[in-house]
Design a protein around this ligand. Structure first.
Ligand code: SF4
Length: 324
């Protein structure tokens, strides 16, 4: 009946929205910006080395749970550069906050079996970023560490297997750009068999990936694809039942993102280029006040499938599965 609870929770934000109060049911937390990869399209780049002390992070998470959070996703940067810290966060979220779901988006390169044996019990979903199964394309995209090692694809399959062995649900995230839009990934996705394959249209964000003129560390302008190209990629992979597409429109304002200082980050809000605008920290003004800062759209969150079967104890493959 876990899905039923989730569904009811999903409706709650809409009801409260009429009262102009947003409930942070599902939160994406970006605890730091450091990364060992250098993807050209990255929109959360290493612009600072800030990371909250663990106790401060826990304080903020407790405030969010008190305000209605039931799912936490950690992303980055590469979150596994701080493995003990994120492990302790997940443990805290499960044991003390009793969250329904903890998930993590990462590039797979720093996951270890030791970490999974220690903290995997607190993790519901492992989301691995993989945009291509071609070594050269990964190198071109920057999906590689500083040494230029080209073992990203091998790592993805390896970590996927480790998760399967431990009952952790697998998700694959792929960003579609001019470099991979013509690739056929059917065979590899079928082999990986994730619970969901999230396919994003590359997104430009000023200050992150639109070049020097916007003080960005990355420049993805040459990687942009048209909506027609994106649809072509989706059509080629329509046999993959796990595919969950997300174009630029669907991303706008449909995520509740917290940055490294636990400031509410207006998510992917503006039109063609957009930008992220940090607002007040929940640690300083509280969740209710911080949530008033414009940006999040609960309907967009629901419409893009923000509520899904997100606990490892739930039955995978249910028709009500949806994706964040
Ligand atoms: S793996 Fe790539 S997209 Fe993800 S944080 Fe690192 S550089 Fe950015």
């Amino acid at each position: 009946m876990e899905w039923l609870r989730s569904s009811l929770v999903a409706l709650y934000p809409l009801r409260k929205a009429e009262e102009h109060e947003v409930i942070p049911v599902s939160v994406n937390y970006f605890p730091h910006r450091q990364c060992n990869y250098s993807c050209e399209f990255c929109f959360h780049t290493t612009k600072n080395l800030t990371i909250l002390p663990l106790d401060e992070a826990k304080r903020g998470l407790r405030m969010l749970a008190d305000a209605g959070m039931v799912k936490l996703n950690i992303s980055g940067g590469e979150p596994f550069l701080k493995p003990t810290s994120i492990g302790e966060v997940f443990k805290f979220c499960k044991e003390e906050l009793r969250l329904e779901s903890c998930s993590i988006v990462n590039n797979g390169s720093k996951v270890t079996e030791k970490w999974l044996d220690t903290y995997g019990q607190y993790l519901d979903v492992m989301a691995l970023s993989c945009d291509s199964f071609d070594i050269e394309t990964n190198i071109r995209l920057g999906r590689k560490d500083g040494a230029g090692k080209a073992d990203h694809v091998r790592r993805v399959f390896e970590v996927a297997q480790w998760c399967r062995e431990r009952g952790i649900k697998l998700k694959i995230n792929s960003v579609i750009t001019a470099y991979n839009v013509d690739e056929d990934m059917n065979e590899q996705i079928a082999e990986l068999a994730p619970m969901r394959w999230k396919v994003f249209q590359v997104l430009l964000l000023d200050g992150e990936n639109t070049g020097d003129a916007t003080h960005s560390l990355r420049d993805a302008r040459d990687l942009v694809i048209t909506d027609e190209q994106f649809q072509g990629f989706l059509g080629r992979h329509k046999a993959q039942k796990c595919l969950v597409p997300e174009d630029n429109e669907a991303m706008k304002a449909s995520y509740l993102n917290l940055d490294e200082e636990m400031r509410r980050v207006t998510s992917f809000l503006n039109s063609s280029t957009g930008s992220k605008i940090p607002t007040r920290s929940i640690l300083e003004v509280g969740v209710k006040e911080a949530m008033k800062d414009a940006g999040f759209n609960e309907k967009a969150f629901i419409d893009r499938g923000g509520i899904f079967d997100w606990s490892r104890s739930s039955t995978a493959g249910d028709s009500k599965d949806m994706e964040w």
